[in-house]
Design a protein around this ligand. Structure first.
Ligand code: PLP
Length: 460
């Protein structure tokens, strides 16, 4: 190739693939990354040199090439799914993986991951068992539900419930509940995937019991009446909607079951923590909902899961549907979820489940942390601010917090620098200042956060 063009003769001094591979750095790369990947990186770097060759410029020497190869290998093998530090003050941040898990949940997931487990093995009988029993017993005891089923996520839970109850028939739902949640996920579109025909009633701001009655009287009888949490928005002003218990009583008088999609759902009363009242799972069951669906990784504070609670006979039909197999929860999820549920059963959720620990953090503790950060950095101003719960729960509600505010020439550029740290730090900008909220930073990440901030501040 070099001989095709006399101008390319300078490339003759370019080290060969073989000499780069057998050099000391080459061998150490091979030990770290494997021969095939190092070979590809070496060829890639050499190709780049050849393609960009210009006879006026010197050919990079062996050490420069080896450094480029090493950089390339690092880039190629850097995981894209990495831990980050969440200093944004959004507790259940869907883009940042929602709920961090409790130590106990992490421990049980680790144990189940590392070896074999009794996932589908009945240790007493010494025979095949069911993966569905692990969380069900806990959910029955904890919430008093007749039966429970755990699937991959809440969207899957809704899909399964409607497939079983309303395929080829109608599902009645208020127009005020046909919402779009994060990532372009639209409640009506998931509902339609079940093969159910959407029967919308009421208007955006008002729906009456009479609207439900008209829908229930239409022939043929609908398969299900559904209520969906509005998740990330709020309707205020001239509004009206019946209580769930009224919807249930009416639907039952027509022999139609009610499914309540709570979205986040909460097992604890959020109003105790100075927030509005997020609908609780227990309340839906008390109101008579036949099935209640909610997420495992929102306010419950566990791993990604969809939890369906409700009447025995309906849950049994859900369990036996072929779709249930396609959306089943994996062993790691079940291990983490059962450990998380145990915290609630033992009355220690607020102390051990990170989401609740963050919600319950005292103003004094938050202010102290912010002041400690200022002390270490010798930079910034301590100001009052607001954290949010996120995860489609409690729209518009905030928790008072204390922030460290950094005044910087280019706040957006500084956010970029923070994202390039290891681990990356996610913060926010408001009124031209970079804001850091202690509420969502895990205590064990504090040293890393301060090191990242110092390093980003030192960059010129
Ligand atoms: C979040 C949410 C879902 C989807 O739950 P995933 O666990 O993310 O699948 C469904 N419905 C409502 C109302 C929600 O808020």
């Amino acid at each position: 190739m070099e001989t095709l063009n006399p101008d390319m003769s300078g490339l003759r001094s370019l080290p060969s693939v073989e000499s780069l591979l057998t050099s000391e750095a080459g061998r150490s790369n091979t030990a770290l990354y494997g021969r095939q990947l190092v070979l590809e990186a070496t060829r890639h770097v050499l190709d780049e040199v050849r393609n960009n060759y210009n006879s006026d410029q010197p050919i990079p020497d062996q050490n420069t090439l080896l450094a480029q190869i090493h950089n390339l290998l690092e880039v190629w093998t850097l995981p894209t799914l990495r831990p980050v530090i969440n200093a944004s003050g959004v507790i259940i941040h869907t883009n940042l993986g929602r709920a961090p898990l409790s130590q106990a949940a992490i421990h049980s997931m680790q144990q189940v991951a590392a070896g074999y487990s009794s996932l589908e093995y009945d240790l007493e009988a010494g025979a095949r068992g069911s993966r569905l029993v692990h969380a069900e017993a806990l959910l029955q005891r904890l919430i008093g539900a007749e039966a429970a089923l755990v699937v991959n996520n809440n969207a899957a839970a809704v899909l399964l419930a409607l497939t079983v109850l309303a395929r080829d028939s109608r599902v009645v739902i208020s127009r005020s509940e046909l919402v779009e949640i994060g990532g372009g996920f639209r409640v009506p579109e998931v509902m339609q995937q079940s093969g159910a025909l959407l029967h919308e009633i009421g208007t955006t701001n008002r729906v009456h019991l009479a609207d439900y009655r008209r829908a229930l009287e239409a022939e043929p009888v609908p398969g299900v009446v559904m209520r969906a949490h509005r998740s990330n928005f709020k309707i205020i002003g001239f509004t009206s909607e019946p209580e769930l218990s009224e919807i249930v009583a009416l639907s039952h008088s027509y022999g139609v079951p009610v499914v309540d999609d709570l979205g986040s759902g909460s097992l604890l009363d959020t109003s105790v923590f100075g927030l509005g009242h997020e609908p609780m799972v227990q309340e839906s069951l008390e109101a008579g909902a036949d099935l209640v669906c909610f997420s495992g990784d929102k306010l419950l504070g566990g791993p990604q899961a969809g939890i369906i609670l409700g009447r025995h006979e309906l849950i049994a039909r859900l369990k036996n549907h072929p779709l249930a197999r396609a959306i089943r929860a994996d062993k790691l999820c079940l291990a983490g979820l059962t450990s998380t549920l145990l915290h609630y059963l033992k009355g220690e959720a607020v102390e051990h489940v990170p989401v609740w620990r963050m919600i319950a953090a005292t103003p004094q503790a938050l202010a102290e942390t912010a002041r400690r950060w200022r002390e270490v950095l010798q930079r910034g101003e301590i100001i009052p601010g607001e954290s949010t719960v996120g995860g489609g729960s409690l729209p518009g509600e905030t928790l008072p917090t204390t922030l460290l505010a950094l005044e910087l020439p280019n706040p957006t550029r500084f956010l970029e620098r923070l994202r390039r740290q290891n681990p990356p730090v996610i913060a926010r900008v408001e009124a031209d200042r970079v804001l850091l909220d202690p509420r969502t930073v895990l205590p064990e990440q504090e040293i890393q956060l301060l090191a990242a901030l110092q390093s980003a501040l030192a960059e010129r």
